[in-house]
Ligand binder design. Sequence first.
Ligand code: OSB
Ligand code: MG
Length: 370
Amino acid sequence: MKVERLELRVLRLPLVRFFETSFGRVHERTFMLVRLDGDGVTAWGECVADDNPYYGSETVETAWHVTVGFLAPLVLGVEFAHPREVFPALRRVRGHQMAKAALEMAAWDLYARQQGQPLSAVLGGVRTRVAAGVSIGIQDSLEQLVDRVGVELAEGYQRIKIKIKPGWDLDAAAAVRARFGTVPLMVDANAAYSIDDADHLAQLDAFGLTMIEQPLDFDDIRDHALLQRRLSTPVCLDESIHSVRLGRDAIDEGACRIINIKPGRIGGHGESIRLHDLCVSRGIPVWHGGMLESGIGRAHNLHLSSLPGFSLPGDVAASRRYYEPDLIDPPIEVGPDGTIAVPGGPGIGVHVVDARIERATARRLELRAP
Ligand code: OSB
Ligand code: MG
């Protein structure tokens, strides 16, 4: 497999509905797409970096800079026997997992398409449909929150995740429980608390949550281990796990009982498979996180979610919760049983609508193999 041409684009797309986390409210997303061409085949990857460094330290601008200046030259025109060789080939660039992931994931799509196989088959997937949950942002009122939960449950989603922050936590969980009883429910704090809040967070134990996601800092393992000892609710780490090694450390220290895998956060599909395998061997359930991706990133996520260790519903919801129209046609849809089909064609298996990409493009750059 050889990449002959690389195209980068920055796109801007309005969200169907605003999305609010403990670090802020967004109404649109700005993100980078990577297109690779080789041997007459076109492949796509999506970078999950935002236009701000609030979830993680990367941004669209850092991803662009690092890809053009440092990552692309390590891939363009280089012969790879398999896409699992791509992440190690980028090793001299430290960090920048989101930028690496977009390129690496596009390389997997390129390889799978060249093999004429669905990406899931190449990744080692075993499922044709994956269980879907939804992530519901912070709302303006508890009534609005409960209404949104009702709408999503009616769509079939198998579990509800609500975003929390100080001042929007116990009451929010209580409101959902009061209206919807024992529905599978979890909360995601996006690092909004500190270990000094342990007593407060322990009050969440009363709600029978399936987990609390990333309560403490993005680079913390140790305080999460202290917190986990004080909670009966399982801690799930998201932001803290930006490499397979950190996943191992977190499990060894008892900092979490569940891990959320986002390929963009740890450098792509190859590293995600390694983290998945580690978690399976250590008895740690994993599920697939989401980053408000367009249909391109969403399709990648579905293929990865088909691996056997993804035993909990992921944040892999239908296209129309995010973008209308999506960049792909047909859009990704959820069935009444709360599952989503893994696309079946070669590679990511979705039809990318060039005209929609063109319309949303703010910037474009083309690089060719020397
Ligand atoms: O923490 O999982 C998160 C969205 C943006 C950044 C971080 C997160 C999220 C979500 C949304 O929870 C998941 C999705 O629906 O794509
Ligand atoms: Mg999260």
